[in-house]
Design a protein around this ligand. Structure first.
Ligand code: BTN
Length: 266
């Protein structure tokens, strides 16, 4: 039996399959270890792209680089979406930019909170993290099978909902706007924006997505710290390359183009 068969699912019947094949299904579940695993299981069972799982709580929410993601009950949008793009595996970092741009647009429009994107797809407000995005891909003998886009938006967390060590670095829509967010409404707006930008990407390529990402970025033009095999290096984030890489002009005069990893804003 599937581990998720006895969780409660809502709303699926009301949804439709678009002509594009995007499923626009939002499954609400109660407590899961991680929505990444729940969405992966659905993808393995053949769920169409656009299928999303949103949990009230994650007991083992995960972030990038093996970090934990703080996902308290009823406070956030802890959601994972199945994507099945017909693109080579090496282009998946472009989906990372796409997801960041889509979530940032939806948050700005729906809540008025002026989040900005830190490369590749963290959303920050005044230097504190509001949202994290994690993309995980499954590759088969014929290439990329599916990608799971995991989105964690700290919506209704108060300062005291954060453990001490995250209090200064994390923020929430509640902390920034003083208002509670209706989480399912925002989740649906995020999915709608993701569907739209994904359609644009498949038809027109990365250019319009990169333009939107750049407009919403708090990275371009900033001094940054990179980790390199030779140790930490300072530089300035200059622009996105046509293929989505981040061009950094290092203080030692070298230019580096980044496709994965993390940078710090300084
Ligand atoms: C990061 O910034 O490190 C990425 C955080 C991603 C968190 C989301 S919450 C929904 C989905 N399920 C997970 O376990 N992680 C992602």
């Amino acid at each position: 039996m599937s581990r998720y068969e006895n969780t409660f699912f809502q709303g699926e019947e009301a949804e439709e399959r678009r002509p594009s094949g995007w499923a626009a299904i939002l499954r609400r579940v109660d407590t899961v270890v991680s929505t990444q695993e729940a969405a992966k299981e659905l993808a393995e069972q053949g769920a169409p792209e656009g299928t999303a799982v949103m949990a009230e709580e994650q007991t083992g929410g995960r972030g990038r680089q093996g970090r934990r993601w703080h996902s308290p009950k009823g406070k956030g949008i802890w959601m994972s979406v199945v994507l099945r793009p017909s693109i080579p595996l090496q282009l998946t970092p472009q989906l990372t930019l796409l997801a960041g741009a889509a979530v940032c647009s939806a948050i700005r429009r729906e809540t008025g909170v002026e989040a900005g994107i830190k490369w590749p797809n963290d959303l920050l407000v005044n230097g504190r993290k509001l949202c994290g995005i994690l993309l995980e891909s499954c590759v088969g003998p014929s290439g990329l099978q599916y990608t799971i886009a995991g989105i964690g938006i700290s919506a209704n967390l108060a300062e005291e909902d954060y453990p001490e060590e995250l209090r200064k670095i994390g923020t929430s829509l509640l902390i920034e706007s003083g208002r509670e967010t209706e989480r399912e409404e925002l989740a649906r707006a995020v999915l709608k924006e993701l569907e739209t930008l994904y359609g644009v990407y498949l038809e027109q390529g990365l250019d319009p997505i990169a333009a939107l990402w750049s407009e919403q970025s708090v990275t371009l033009g900033r001094r940054v710290m990179l980790r390199t095999p030779e140790g930490p290096q300072e530089g300035t984030a200059v622009r996105l390359e046509e293929d989505g890489g981040l061009v950094v002009l290092r203080t030692d005069g070298e230019t580096e183009t980044l496709y994965a990893g993390e940078i710090a804003l300084i």
